[in-house]
Design a protein around this ligand. Structure first.
Ligand code: SF4
Length: 123
């Protein structure tokens, strides 16, 4: 099993410590299974490549990214799982000389930390 997925088989990535198998369709408080990408974009304003992840382990009443953070319950369509090496290649190929950083955002990112670490390592 790929390194970034192994911790999902008994997920204790955040303090909810649900212990569910996110690889077999079980969902904990965050409702996330595999790490899924909502979308990516290059922001010249921020000089950054943005990677927005789906799901969150919080339920903030005034969330300004409801469809993303409360996925899949929000029943919206997004990009899906993207392998770390594929996403790393994409980021590298689309960054410009003026882009000096990558921003991961979404809901709360702890729920995808092994995946993010692998993407960053690949880059
Ligand atoms: S990341 Fe999700 S499934 Fe894992 S412990 Fe936190 S809320 Fe539960």
């Amino acid at each position: 099993m790929m390194q970034h997925l192994s911790e999902l088989a008994r997920c204790n990535l955040c303090e909810w410590r649900c212990g569910v198998n996110r690889l077999e369709g079980e969902r904990g408080v965050c409702r996330a299974e595999m790490p899924q990408v909502a979308y990516t974009m290059l922001s010249e304003t921020l000089a950054s490549y943005l990677v927005t992840m789906l799901g969150c382990n919080f339920r903030c009443i005034h969330c300004n990214a409801y469809r993303i953070s409360q996925y899949p319950d929000a029943q919206w369509f997004y990009r899906d799982y993207v392998g770390p090496a594929v996403l790393a290649d994409e980021v590298i190929s689309r960054m410009t000389p003026d882009t000096d950083k990558i921003n991961f955002t979404g809901g709360e990112l702890t729920i995808h930390l092994p995946y993010i670490e692998e993407v960053v390592q690949a880059i």
